[in-house]
Design a protein around this ligand. Sequence first.
Ligand SMILES: NC(=O)c1ccc[n+]([C@@H]2O[C@H](COP(=O)([O-])OP(=O)(O)OC[C@H]3O[C@@H](n4cnc5c(N)ncnc54)[C@H](OP(=O)(O)O)[C@@H]3O)[C@@H](O)[C@H]2O)c1
Length: 310
Amino acid sequence: MDLPVTLSTSPRRLGSSAFEVGPIAFGCWRFAGTDVATAQSKIETALDCGMTLIDTADIYGVDGGGEFGDSEELLGDVLRGSPALRDRMVLASKGGIVLGVPYNSTQAYMTAAVEASLKRLKVETIDLYQIHRPDLLAPVPEIAAALTSLRDAGKIREAGVSNHTAAQFRALQAHLDFPMISQQPEFSAWEQSPITDGILDLSQELGLATLAWSPLGRGMLATGKPGDGLQQIQCFENVMAVLQQLAERENATTSHVALAFTLAHPANVIPIIGTQNVDRIRDSAKALEVRLTRRDWYDIVEARRGAPMP
Ligand SMILES: NC(=O)c1ccc[n+]([C@@H]2O[C@H](COP(=O)([O-])OP(=O)(O)OC[C@H]3O[C@@H](n4cnc5c(N)ncnc54)[C@H](OP(=O)(O)O)[C@@H]3O)[C@@H](O)[C@H]2O)c1
C-alpha cells in the first residue's frame, strides 16, 4: 500500500536552539541591487508567509555584479528603517569566503568578519552564524575558538556550517562545548547527494536543522530549462517529467513539488527559497499543500538515479 509522506509544514525548532522558524526560509543571495523599499517588501512578504528564517552572507552581492557585503548592507538598511522586523526574524549569516583566496576561517579573520557583518546588518547580534565553506588550512580548534568567543561575547547566538562534509562537521563539533544547530548543503530534487553522502543522516543523528540551499536548482526546477553547462540533460528532463506529472495531479507547479520533495525528508529540512519576486515568494508557500506519497518521492529519487532503488 502506498502511503502519503508527511511534509514537515509546522514551525520547528532550529536544532537544539530556542529559535522557532517556519518550514520555508528566505535567502538573500540575489537580494542586493534594489532600493530599500523594494527590499523591504520582499522581507515583509517572506515574514508574512511564515518564512521567518532569513539567510544571508557577507559575500552575497558579488555574484549580482555588486560588492562584497552589499546584500547584508541592504538588509541592514531595511532593518534600520523598520526595526520591528528584526524581532520577527531569525537572522542567519555566513562568513569565511574571501574573494580570490578563496577561504579564511582563522580566528582573526572570523572575528573581524562577524564585526563587519554586524555593522552592515546594523544589529547587535546574529542569531545563526555559519562557516560558509570549509577552510582546509584553518586548524579546526582555531575555528572552534573563534565561534566560542563570538558566542560568549553575544555577537552570535548560535553556530552552524555550510557545505561541510559530515566528517568536517564532526571535527569542528568535537572542539566546541556547545552544539552547533544546523548545516546548509545544496539539496533539491536535482542535487540529491545529501541523501546518500551522510549529511541528512547526520542531521537526524544530532537533531540538526538542514537548511537546503538552491532548492529549485537555481531556478531550473521552476523553469524546466537546464542551467548553463549542465551535464546529464536527459536525466534532467526525466526529473522534470516526474515533477511535471505530480504538479498536474496536485494542481501545483514543479516549484511546489520540488520544494515539497525537500520538505518530505525527515532530516528537518528547511528549503531556502531564492526568488526575489514577491508574487513568487508568496506562491512558494503553496508547496506546503502538496501531498506526496512514498511512491511519488521515490519516483523523483529514481528519476535522478536513472535506475530503480536497489
Ligand atoms: N551556502 C551556500 O553556499 C549557498 C549557495 C547558494 C545559495 N545559498 C542560499 O540559498 C538561497 C537560495 O538559492 P537560489 O537563489 O539558488 O535558490 P532557488 O530557489 O533554487 O533559485 C532561485 C532562482 O530561481 C528563479 N525562479 C524561481 N522560481 C521561478 C519561476 N517560477 N520562474 C522563473 N524563475 C524562477 C529565481 O528568479 P526570480 O528571482 O526572478 O524569481 C531565482 O533566480 C540563497 O538566497 C542563499 O540564501 C547558499
